[in-house]
Design a protein around this ligand. Structure first.
Ligand code: AMP
Length: 143
């Protein structure tokens, strides 16, 4: 199974904001959209960072609630690990595990075309396990 197949199921909605967006504004975006991370893009739409709920918690823990008024550029992770649509689920899982994060933006020719979260991967794995179990049940019932 590839990233393209997962995006086909879940859709290609992505949420990106400029580096000048405050953490408070990002909190609102994450809460409204029920997502865990926002991508940070420059004027030409290129990915320049990511801010996840963990960055916001870390920012408030170290700089108090005043951090919510600061710009994303101050707290974002700039070295973003990405994938492409032809990556396999296994490759994306390996990247998340190695980097200890739960979000991987999907790029095509350097442009953002989707976002894969660990929730998407769990959902996909669950569907796969259910389908394997159903196949086994059918096999047992018919043999
Ligand atoms: P998460 O588990 O996705 O909430 O993120 C945990 C930490 O990893 C945060 O500091 C994020 O900014 C960072 N992070 C999230 N996704 C990525 C990614 N794809 N590449 C690099 N860092 C990331």
């Amino acid at each position: 199974m590839t990233v393209a197949a997962i995006l086909k199921d879940k859709g290609r909605d992505t949420y990106s904001v400029p580096p000048t967006t405050t953490l408070a504004e990002i909190c609102r975006l994450l809460a409204d959209r029920r997502i865990g991370a926002a991508m940070i893009t420059n004027e030409s739409g290129s990915l320049v960072g990511i801010v996840s709920e963990r960055d916001i918690i870390r920012a408030v823990a170290s700089d108090t609630a005043a951090a919510l008024g600061a710009e994303a550029s101050r707290y974002m992770t700039s070295m973003v690990v990405t994938c492409t649509e032809d990556c396999t689920v296994g490759q994306v899982m390996a990247r998340m595990t190695a980097g200890n994060f739960r979000h991987v933006p999907v790029l095509r020719d350097g442009r953002i075309v989707g976002m894969i979260s660990n929730r998407d991967l769990v959902r996909h794995r669950l569907a796969q396990v259910e389908s394997e179990a159903e196949e086994l049940r059918t096999y047992i019932a018919t043999s």
